[in-house]
Ligand binder design. Structure first.
Ligand code: SF4
Ligand code: SF4
Length: 358
């Protein structure tokens, strides 16, 4: 076949982002002199040639209906230059290249019921995992947790009150997308799975389920004359990893699937090495639709962080400085045996660097 007749390969993955960029950003790629923060929710970037770009950030509910999306886009067409992007924390950002466009844009967003903020030392929107909409294993409604918490933290989103930025995450199981943040609210199963033996042989590949268990607690077994599985409950750490490949390993439970709060996680290695988050509260009721118990704990931690941290200390740096005993003292959270990680496998199998291992 002649080269000219050959079909171009089909490229998949992210499209080239440059085509969606504001022209002023494209023109000045790699040529920025400095950036600053004129007001909460607004960033200003200044290029070497004097060009300016203003970014206006507003919170959204992440799972967007068509009406809201159209409203946001109409605001972009009318009050901005028609360029938007979404951040990983579900904030929408509008880009304009004229300071005079900032205030009308902020007003249009506010009038339409959106909240402008989430920059610098604020509590920006909570990030959350896919949840019910796209995933088959959630133990809670992550977006519901986000909504109820942000309703109570809205004043911290629109102002610069915190010692440094606060990133909060939620996660609806404890094994997969799981958030790593200054504060993380994650599902915590507290009982081993209940097995529906009638379904196992119809639905599950037993060897893959056995292989999924990190502590080798699952064995093949014959139950009522049918091939099934059994769990050594003394070994089971209630991680839930057997549930995705085998839904009859029912681990979600209205009473025993709880929430846990972890703090001090930081991916960045800008000022120090990345840090793992650590458990500070467990067994919190998974209590829809407003999750008041979990929200109260997050607010308590934020209150003490705000009062006790030095300027620009992130939560992990604050706790490292004052010490964990003092953290539990000031927040009033009980320190229990569950806060001590004595699992022997952790040292060898947990990833403690920024390198990705498979
Ligand atoms: S955190 Fe777990 S349950 Fe939630 S979307 Fe990710 S994999 Fe699914
Ligand atoms: S919940 Fe986790 S530890 Fe328990 S049996 Fe399932 S995979 Fe193994």
């Amino acid at each position: 076949m002649a080269m000219a007749d050959m079909r171009e390969p089909i490229e998949s993955g992210c499209p080239d982002g440059f085509q969606y960029m504001h022209p002023t950003m494209r023109r000045n790629f790699g040529q920025w002199k400095f950036h600053d923060d004129p007001q909460p929710g607004v960033l200003r970037h200044v290029a070497n040639n004097g060009d300016e770009v203003y970014t206006v950030k507003a919170g959204t509910q992440r799972i967007l209906d068509v009406f809201t999306l159209r409203t946001l886009c109409d605001i972009g067409d009318k009050f901005a230059d028609g360029y938007i992007r979404f951040t990983i924390r579900s904030n929408i950002e509008y880009i304009v290249d004229d300071a005079a466009k900032v205030e009308p844009l902020v007003k249009a967003l506010t009038d339409a019921g959106f909240v402008v903020g989430g920059t610098k030392n604020s509590v920006t929107s909570l990030s959350h995992t896919q949840g019910w909409l796209h995933c088959d294993i959630p133990g809670t409604d992550a977006s519901g947790v986000v909504k109820s918490m942000m309703d109570e933290l809205i004043g911290e989103f629109t102002a610069w009150n915190m010692p440094n930025r606060v990133h909060i995450t939620t996660s609806c199981c404890q094994i997969n997308c799981g958030g790593q943040g200054d504060i993380a609210i994650n599902v915590q199963h507290t009982k081993p799975p209940k097995i529906d033996h009638n379904l196992v042989s119809n639905v599950c590949e037993r060897p893959s389920v056995v292989a999924r268990c990190p502590v080798a607690a699952i064995r093949p077994a014959m139950v009522n004359g049918k091939p099934s599985l059994e769990v050594d409950e003394k070994k089971c750490i209630c991680c839930g990893a057997c549930f995705p490949p085998c839904p009859p390993m029912q681990i979600n439970d209205a009473e025993h699937s709880k929430l846990a709060v972890w703090i001090g996680g930081n991916h960045s290695n800008a000022r120090g090495k990345p840090t793992f988050q650590k458990l500070v509260a467990s067994g919190i009721p998974n209590n829809p639709p407003r999750w008041p118990e979990a929200t109260a704990i997050v607010k308590r931690i934020l209150k003490e962080y705000k009062a006790g941290a030095k300027d620009w200390e992130r939560i992990n740096e604050w706790v490292e400085r004052i010490g964990w005993p003092r953290f539990f003292e000031v927040t009033g959270l009980p320190f229990t045996k569950y806060h001590v990680d004595n699992w022997r496998g952790a040292r060898a199998s947990l990833n403690a660097s920024t390198h990705i291992r498979f």
